[in-house]
Ligand binder design. Structure first.
Ligand code: F6R
Length: 646
């Protein structure tokens, strides 16, 4: 949803900005641009380009990244870094802002790319979010004689800043006045030729991080863009403004009053935000799942003297007394999220109903927020969000709170809006997820939901001692079972190489597996662009089977032993219509041998937990199909991570 960066210090800003943007390309990649206060000319130099960041670098250096068609991706990456290093020779200056765009208003083009400037070019702004009242503001500015260069909503900010600057001669006041007139969401970075020692940033709804360095300071939409320089950050709160100088940062509220707050220390290291030898972030993140799960599980699991799991605790997140209150008062659990996180919620519904016997409903946040939902005091409301900034999820959270529900957030982002606004926060310890398609965030969300549902079940007396010990033992072993699947990934790769040209793919399953089918199908759509749908297997004959023909691949997820026979019959039905069939299962009994052309075996565990395992081959299948089809799995078309607009 657009990435913004900014720098003020004594280094050359241009390469710093471009390297920062490189870390944010997952947020948008249809155009990019920078604005730097040039030391030699005392003017703001703006460079922008449609397309990926490399085109901007090529425009600045007038050299190409890929010098020959046969150049390997790794060599192209190296050359890209080399050229970024040279960009400082073309634009000097130690203060600047940059942007990588995911278009909302106006097509991707050089003109619509950010930064945008006032007419004289003395003020430049980058923006992430949507100015909802931009139409009104634009008409008013036009009636004052302003001629717009772009179709973006952002350009109104540049002209408004100019309008107020002309009246106050103070860029900070101009920012304050401008912000008071904006409706919608924004994270902005502003530089002004007449104040060459500072950079001003502000946020409402859209995220913004201020990186506090030594003799230099930074802004960015997300932590990975500043990690290389500092681990001390301020997560700007709603409506806050930051003024960054090279030697300090001042924070203000929306009325311009100073705020004093310490920085937050970020524990991730740089490696976590780098590809580390993998061809893509997506593949790296799929492989990080055993350790991400281990970290997430260990943060909540207690172990006895014999080293065996002896219990679960959420006491760091919810004090034991309040947890008991929450459990005993829970009339219903309502789970809300978007996309992959919603799919985790669907698995969560099955888990809560199985382990805790609490009625559970799950809804997509974009629907929930407009439904005037029936919610009350006995409802435990769970929001799930990797980024913690998804606009619809946040709106759903606020609505649930306003109706008196207690909100538990499951998120991967410390300091995010979701984490700040919820009553209780459970963190997935997945580390930074850079690839747009979510993988390790999803499986760690599942881990949190399973643990929470087992805790609920235990407290409500549904799960007895022996069963609890057995479940915990099984659950603790899940990460190493994920590793076993990864060790056998060649089988998935081989299967993908025979199927990546199929015109239709269906995932089917029953119960937990129908939930896993939703996520498996989404993964494939997102990165391979193959047409893929998920169906509850029993629904096939009620309509979707009409689509099945010899060019169809049907992948069955089969981890519910009591339903194996039923599922095998569903597979037979599509097989007899000459579909290719594949099955992801832990079954050893041969239940699927006759009806399936291919079987991908996953390790056996408690069947409810198989959802963490069965999605891994599906993630790998999506990844390999994407690569085989010549796509970039890290940056799927039309998508961006962290959807901070509606
Ligand atoms: C898909 C994907 C998205 C997100 C969705 C919610 O791979 O990543 O569907 O799950 O946009 O994002 P968060 O979890 O950040 O709220």
């Amino acid at each position: 949803m657009c990435g913004i960066v900014g720098y003020v210090g004594c280094r050359n800003a241009t390469p710093v900005l471009l390297n920062g943007l490189r870390k944010l390309e997952y947020r948008g990649y249809d155009s990019a641009g920078i604005a730097v206060l040039s030391k030699s000319s005392d003017e703001i130099v703006v460079k922008k380009s449609k397309g990926a960041l490399k085109f901007l670098v090529e425009k600045i250096t007038k050299e190409v990244v890929r010098t020959s068609e046969s150049m390997s991706d790794a060599d192209a990456d190296r050359r890209f870094s080399e050229l970024v290093g040279k960009t400082g020779d073309f634009i000097d200056g130690c203060v600047g802002i940059g942007h990588t765009r995911w278009a909302t208003h106006g097509e991707p083009s050089d003109l619509n790319a950010h930064p945008h400037t006032n007419v004289s070019g003395s003020i430049a702004v980058v923006h992430n979010g949507i100015v909802e009242n931009y139409g009104k503001l634009k008409s008013w500015l036009q009636s004052n004689g302003i001629v717009f260069k772009s179709q973006t909503d952002t350009e109104v900010i540049a002209h408004l800043l100019n309008y107020f600057y002309e009246r106050t001669n103070n860029i900070f006041n101009a920012v304050l006045e401008t912000l008071h007139r904006l409706e919608g969401s924004y994270a902005i970075g502003v530089i002004c030729r007449d104040f060459p020692d500072r950079l001003i940033a502000a946020r409402k709804e859209s995220p913004l991080v201020v990186g506090v360095g030594n003799g230099e300071n930074f802004i960015a939409s997300d932590v990975p863009a500043v990690l290389e320089h500092t681990r001390e950050v301020h997560f700007l709160e709603q409506n806050e403004i930051a003024v960054l100088y090279s030697d300090h940062v001042d924070l203000f509220n929306s009325e311009g009053e100073k705020i004093v707050r310490g920085t937050t220390h970020i524990d991730w290291n740089m490696d976590a935000a780098e590809k580390g030898g993998y061809a893509h972030f997506m593949l790296k993140e799929i492989h990080e799942q055993p350790s991400a799960l281990e970290n997430t599980i260990r943060a909540h699991m207690l172990f006895g003297d014999d080293g065996k799991p002896s219990g679960l605790t959420f006491s760091k997140e919810i004090e034991p007394e309040r947890f008991r209150e929450l459990v005993s008062g829970a009339r219903r659990i309502v789970i809300t999220a978007c996309g992959t996180a919603y799919h985790a919620g669907v698995v969560g519904k099955y888990a809560f109903e199985k382990f805790a016997r609490v009625p559970t409903v799950v809804d997509v946040a974009s629907e929930f927020r407009y439904r005037n939902p029936i919610l009350g005091e006995g409802d435990v409301f769970i929001v799930i969000s990797q980024s913690g900034e998804t606009a619809d999820t946040l709106a759903a959270l606020r609505l649930a709170k306003s109706k008196g529900a207690k909100v538990i957030a499951i998120t991967n982002s410390v300091g995010s809006s979701v984490s700040r606004e919820s009553d209780f926060v459970i963190y997935t310890l997945a580390g930074p997820e850079i690839a747009v398609a979510s993988t390790k965030a999803y499986t760690t969300q599942l881990a949190c939901l399973y643990m929470l549902s087992m805790m609920f079940g235990r407290e409500r007396g549904i799960i007895g001692d022996g069963e609890y010990a057995r479940l915990l033992g099984e659950f603790a072993a899940v990460p190493e079972k994920v590793q076993q699947i990864l060790d056998e990934k060649a089988a998935v790769q081989k299967f993908a190489s025979s199927q990546f040209n199929k015109s239709k793919i269906f995932y089917i399953g029953r119960q937990f597996d129908s939930a896993s089918s939703l996520e498996s199908a989404l993964k494939l759509k997102e990165v391979s662009y193959m047409h893929c749908e998920a169906f509850a297997a029993g629904e096939l004959k009620h309509g979707p089977i009409a689509l099945v023909d010899p060019d169809t691949l049907v992948i069955a997820i089969a981890t519910e032993p009591p339903l194996f026979e039923k599922l095998a019959s569903n597979i037979e039905e599509v097989k007899s219509r000459r579909a290719v069939t594949m099955c992801i299962t832990q079954d050893d009994s041969g239940a699927f041998e006759k009806c399936c052309d291919e079987i991908i075996k996953i390790p056996a565990t408690e069947s409810a937990f198989e959802s963490i395992l069965s999605v891994v081959p599906a993630q790998l299948f999506a990844y390999y199909c994407s690569v085989l089809r010549g796509n970039d799995p890290d940056k799927p078309r039309n998508l961006a991570k962290s959807v901070t607009v509606e």
